[in-house]
Write a protein that binds this ligand. Structure first.
Ligand code: Z5A
Length: 208
């Protein structure tokens, strides 16, 4: 059986990841592709509990390394229980955020050493990396405005604007370093405009 393809979606707050996931699901299913749609942190019962711990507000400050290790603990569980079995069964996997988010948020945002994240990524998921990553790039003020309208801000969303600007620049540096994997999507366009860019990226992947 052929291995499936692995697609991740990344971007800052309110960039439109959830909206894009719904579009990609419909598009791939209309092409007869069997798809597992999932998210990080989360994707298994245990990893979803870690997600709650990570996003809830707490009285004690969460140390940045603790935060990073919890992201990777959730990821290990998710990769071994969901992502690797799906790919091995020939299914496609669509993941709302993956390891690029750890580089962007914990590496560039919290300023943890990128080499440390490189090592964790190798240990935790080895060669299981996305074939294509759609990065929804958007001005942080616009994204925050959209996120605020939708719900109350969680622990990470309550960071300063300088943090989110570092996250955005982190994502863009990763996209620049790996242009063959990343598709940078202009998320300032309206929803049909974003969907058109996503469709183009997906058709490219299907044609490979
Ligand atoms: N995190 C981390 O730090 N390290 C890691 O390794 C991982 C994650 C994996 C959870 O992420 C948090 O975990 C996240 C990073 C961190 N923290 N923060 N902050 P998440 O993905 O669950 O949550 P999020 O970033 O907060 O996503 P979001 O706020 O849910 O936004 P979204 O999914 O990108 O946006 P949306 O819900 O699709 O759209 C937001 C609103 O805008 C909604 O009302 C839409 O209808 C509207 N929208 C969407 N697209 C458009 C366009 N094109 N025009 C106008 N309006 C639009």
């Amino acid at each position: 059986m052929n291995n499936g393809r692995f697609i991740s979606i990344e971007g800052g707050e309110g960039a439109g990841k959830s909206t894009s996931v719904a579009f990609i699901q419909d598009f791939l299913q209309s092409r007869g592709i069997e798809l597992v749609s999932t998210r990080e942190p989360g994707g298994t019962q245990l990893a979803e509990q870690l997600r709650q711990l990570l996003l809830n507000h707490h009285d004690e400050k969460i140390d940045p390394y603790t935060e990073l290790l919890m992201m990777f603990a959730a990821r290990r569980q998710h990769v071994t229980q969901v992502i690797q079995p799906a790919l091995a069964a020939g299914k496609w996997v669509l993941c709302d955020r993956f390891t690029d988010a750890s580089y962007a948020y914990q590496g560039y945002g919290r300023e943890l050493p990128l080499e440390f994240i490189d090592n964790l990524a190798k240990w935790v998921h080895g060669d299981t990396n996305p074939d294509m990553t759609c990065l929804l790039d958007l001005d942080i003020e616009v994204g925050m405005g959209r996120a605020r309208q939708r719900s109350e801000l969680d622990r990470i969303e309550s960071e300063a604007m300088s943090f989110f600007e570092a996250v955005r620049q982190g994502y863009l540096s990763r996209a620049k370093a790996e242009p063959q994997r990343f598709r940078v999507i202009d998320a300032s366009q309206d929803i049909p405009g974003v969907e058109q860019q996503l469709q183009q990226a997906l058709e490219g992947l299907l044609a490979e």
